[in-house]
Design a protein around this ligand. Structure first.
Ligand code: BGC
Length: 271
């Protein structure tokens, strides 16, 4: 007997924010590969977003591109309206858009603090709120998915690992953790599953300096028990699983996809 739980996302529509590069781009392609129609959101890199769309289309999938800054309430409404106009009901949100503006805490400007919190935390909240509204506005369709809707918040190992020189970023990720859990608690009874993925060091543009040279990569790998820097696909695979009915009993979880970065590797032979 075959299980009716499947990774197949045919008939579902996904919005991926910050999907013009990195984890968002890989997630958009993977969701499309699993059969979902995908809205590829970007803020600055229109060219990158269209490249993702074209790759999805070349592989036989369906995608649209919508450019909005998720930190603005009316733009987030626009993002959902455009997706609904193109594809109909939305079933999956990957709240991924995020950035770093690093600096020592004693000299960090209020502007850099606010920019990171506005996009990484407030932007995720605005997208989650819009997705929840959208899910609640329609009934459950068990033939499409067991859940009413699924939200995946892109967090980080830095939701638990303090990170000197990145206080704005670490604060935003710590905030995502309790935002995600609170929303998961609040809406589980209505069939909405909300989880977070906590990537470790993954090869994307955001941290290119940390892996872009052999020396940097060797230093970075000291923090990773599994001995390799992650690929965006490592995260995209987890996104597809959390979006699918295979994870139907999972909500409010933080899934660490980090090669063991959160296992305190410094303690392996010390302490
Ligand atoms: C950050 C990366 C960093 C990784 C591990 C991620 O959340 O965006 O810059 O390399 O955490 O420290």
């Amino acid at each position: 007997m075959t299980s009716r739980f499947t990774l197949d996302l045919t008939g579902q529509v996904a919005i991926v924010t910050g999907a013009s590069s990195g984890l968002g781009a890989a997630s958009a392609k993977a969701l499309a590969g699993a059969g979902a129609r995908v809205c590829v959101n970007y803020h600055r890199d229109e060219h990158g977003a269209h490249a993702v769309r074209e790759e999805i289309e070349r592989a036989g999938g369906k995608a649209i591109v919508v450019g909005v800054n998720v930190a603005h309430e009316d733009r987030v409404e626009h993002l959902f309206a455009k997706t609904k106009e193109a594809f109909g009901d939305v079933h999956i949100l990957v709240a991924n858009a995020g950035l770093q503006k690093d600096g020592a805490s004693d000299t960090l400007s209020l502007k850099d603090w606010n920019t990171v919190l506005d996009v990484n935390l407030t932007g995720q909240f605005l997208c989650c709120r819009e997705a929840i509204r959208e899910f609640l506005a329609r009934g459950r369709k068990p033939e499409v998915s067991r859940a009413l809707g699924k939200i995946i918040c892109m967090s980080s190992v830095h939701q638990v690992i303090p990170w000197g020189g990145h206080v704005n970023y670490a604060t935003s990720k710590g905030g995502i953790m309790l935002m995600m859990k609170t929303l998961a608690q609040e809406y589980a009874g209505r069939g909405i599953r909300i989880n977070a993925i906590c990537p470790g060091a993954i090869k994307t543009p955001i941290n290119h300096d940390a892996w872009g040279t052999p020396d940097a990569e060797t230093k970075l790998k000291k923090l990773i028990p599994y001995g390799r820097v992650g690929d965006p696909e490592d995260i995209a695979n987890a996104v597809v699983w959390l979006a699918s009915d295979l994870s139907d009993y999972v909500t409010g979880a933080s899934l660490f996809v980090d090669g063991g970065m959160t296992l305190y590797p410094g303690f392996e032979d010390n302490g």
